[in-house]
Design a protein. Structure first.
Length: 395
């Protein structure tokens, strides 16, 4: 995409100690996580899509459907976008150039108002550069350990496109805040820590005529989950016993961030939330570990907490905060479920009830455990964590 992009500086006010964590921005719609194959383009018309073009052009003159193919004029600039928002999916798109190949793209996680160009993360289709990423409207990712905001992220390998007018295939895996883009089965982009992880999907008009077909979504597969951060951490429990996470590869492991002074944590412990889950799933081979990254935490107080609530699991001492920072733990509680291959299957809140007032809250951790134990991918791998901010040691 050839245009100048400005950086937007956002100053965020510090959250109060026990405020709910702000979610990463999503579309206004409640995003859909596919549980079966979804055909986005029916081959007959643009049902389920909305068209937007710049200037005075009519969208129906820019985007047409014939013989099972979406024909895109290329000028003026614009796009069609799905009416619904999506998250956690495998996207399949086929495209080809019918004239001189120039520029187009697939926009992911589009949010906000329609404009040229909307806030989104673009998987580039510019001829010769398919597989690049463009960060639009202040979106951010991390690539090769380096944070990126705005502009172009160059593809990983030489061009894997076919010669026009042959058909090409994009396979894009959007799992939580991770994006992987394959051009004709060659991995060209791998980004993590995306600032947006849900939204509309758009196909661009930008340059010269291009065609699209076979636009579908499928559920994520277990191997799509991002690798766990800090997978080899080593900590000591309340008795001084060394616990190494990598030693438990082959088991599902639940990590629970704890602070005994946090009202949210106290409420769940008074209700027996974590103990009940830990005991229920221990018989199914699930290991439960609490981690205390509070800078003033002591093993003696952890031991007293275990005795008070008769916990069947240890509390690991991370008072220097290194492991918590590796995982990006933000709140107490903040939950992580690690699958048998050492990948993060779920991260976020314990449930959908921050205020503790629902009669029948959705237990996200139990839901993730049931799906992993059944050999299925986690249908909702990331939610907004709530609770008190982790009281990390100042550096």
């Amino acid at each position: 995409m050839r245009y100048a992009m400005s950086l937007l500086l956002i100053v965020a006010a510090a959250a109060p100690a026990c405020a709910a964590e702000k979610p990463k921005e999503a579309a206004k719609d409640e995003p859909i996580t596919p549980t079966e194959k979804i055909v986005l383009f029916n081959g007959k018309d643009l049902s389920g899509w909305t068209a937007f073009v710049g200037g005075k052009a009519k969208p129906e003159d820019v985007f047409t459907v014939k013989d099972g193919v979406i024909h895109v004029k290329g000028k003026p600039n614009g796009y069609i976008r799905t009416k619904k928002a999506y998250t956690n999916y495998r996207l399949h798109v086929e495209w080809r150039w019918t004239d001189k190949p120039t520029n187009s793209g697939v926009l992911l996680h589009m949010t906000g108002r329609d404009r040229v160009w909307p806030k989104s993360i673009e998987c580039q289709l510019m001829h010769g550069n398919a597989g690049d990423i463009w960060l639009i409207g202040g979106t951010r990712v991390t690539v090769d350990g380096k944070p990126r905001k705005g502009g172009r992220v160059v593809k990983k390998a030489d061009s894997s496109e076919k010669k026009p007018p042959e058909w090409n295939t994009y396979r894009i895996v959007a799992a939580g805040d991770t994006i992987q883009a394959y051009v004709n089965d060659v991995l060209q982009a791998h980004a993590t820590d995306a600032s947006v992880s849900a939204g509309h999907i758009c196909l661009q008009s930008e340059g010269s005529p291009i065609e699209f077909r076979n636009v579908t979504l499928e559920p994520l597969k277990p191997e799509d989950a991002p690798a766990a951060k800090g997978v080899d951490f080593t900590l000591k429990d309340q008795d001084g016993k060394t616990v190494k996470l990598a030693d438990h590869r082959g088991k599902i492991v639940v990590l629970e961030w704890i602070n005994w002074d946090c009202p949210y944590v106290k409420r769940h412990y008074e209700r027996g939330t974590f103990k009940t889950l830990a005991e229920k799933y221990a018989d199914k081979g699930v290991l439960w570990l609490a981690i205390n990254s509070t800078h003033y935490a002591t093993r003696e107080k952890d031991k007293a907490w275990i005795a008070k609530y008769k916990l069947p699991y240890p509390i690991l001492d991370d008072s220097d905060g290194e492991v918590g920072r590796q995982f990006g733990a933000r709140t107490t509680p903040h939950m992580y479920v690690i699958d048998k291959d050492g990948r993060i299957g779920y991260q976020g809140a314990i449930d959908d009830d921050p205020r503790g007032k629902k009669d029948d809250p959705v237990d996200y951790v139990a839901k993730a455990l049931e799906e992993l134990l059944a050999g299925k991918p986690v249908s909702e791998p990331k939610t907004r964590p709530y609770g008190c901010s982790v009281k990390y040691k100042k550096k």
